[in-house]
Design a protein around this ligand. Sequence first.
Ligand code: NAP
Ligand code: F7E
Length: 321
Amino acid sequence: MAKAACITGVTGQDGSFLAELLLAKGYTVYGLVRRLSSPNVANIRHLMDQVQLLDGDMTDQSSILTALKESRPDEIYNLAAQSFVQTSFRQPVLTADVDGLGLVRLLEAAKEVVHDARIYQASTSELFGLVKESPQNENTPFHPRSPYGVAKLFAYWACVNYREAYGMHVSNGILFNHESERRGLEFLTRKVTHGVAMIAKGKAKHIELGNLDAKRDWGYAPEYVDAMWRMLQQPKPDDYVIATGESHTVREFVKLAFREVGIKDWEKHVRTDAKHLRPAEVYTLCGDASKARRVLGWEAKTKLPELVKIMVEADLERVGG
Ligand code: NAP
Ligand code: F7E
């Protein structure tokens, strides 16, 4: 019989790629979707007749319980989150509710309805925050720097606790930044590739950014959802860092994106404004994914120049159209 999977956050960047991956593997795929006045289904429009959507919200316990009763999943992927770090400073309580307590609501519902389901939690390199060593691995101490990071830290430990207390198969994927043509426009990479496409097409003159010196380990999202699936195929639950192992500055990303459209004097098109700075910044991140390589057979393939090319080309097509 086909396995069933339930994805929270199915309309997001990762949720849509993961749904594609699981459908290709023959899973019956359910997706938890919250009610919005204007439905946000752009990322899964092409999958609407294949994914079974369940009404629910991570802040509402009963809807999560009902969704699990209806879907009876073998695997649960908790990707739902208020995932924008900048917003978490303005909406710390909402972020804690969705990203922190939401996970506990899900674990409680799973404990009651599908105790043996395998559960993936979308943990994050933001747990490392003010990094204590470089590169970061599964044993690096945490020091989150935002309400988002703090909420995700609570969720991380809740997963470890449900594993130890109730023997549940719960794994944390500590994923470093991963991007794609489906990334939200507010995140640095998409803001830049979309902005560059607008400038190349003569529809804008500038991009306005914050800290150009921040460093990130940026990978390609479709490869990262494959790592999520691999974690849940392991006999025992565990925690894994997923990253490329390369770290680049925002400035380097911007330069590469402008190079894709043949603009060399990129500084002329970039302005900085303090409103894009964060009250506490994560200055640098670089992941060591050797455990994932050893245990899961997973490795990042797409490096930064190729990632930038994919995203700029997609935005040129969108903006041109
Ligand atoms: P995303 O594009 O922002 O997607 C977030 C998803 O969560 C959307 O489907 C959103 O639904 C849903 N959601 C938000 N609030 C909800 C609520 N109250 N109830 C139910 N659903 C809700 O994020 P992503 O980049 O795909 O990331 C997926 C997960 O991985 C997130 O948990 C993120 O924090 C984590 N993560 C991401 C990265 C990265 O670099 N992308 C790295 C590490 C960890 P709407 O469409 O209705 O808004
Ligand atoms: O910022 C700097 C900014 O918002 C990247 C989320 O998926 O990855 C993501 O969090 C860097 C930061 O992502 C602008 O200060 C400069 O240093 O794209 P971002 P993030 O904060 O790293 C982690 C792993 C997650 O888990 C999160 O969910 O770029 N930066 N100027 C800027 N960032 C933005 N957004 N906009 C700017 O204008």
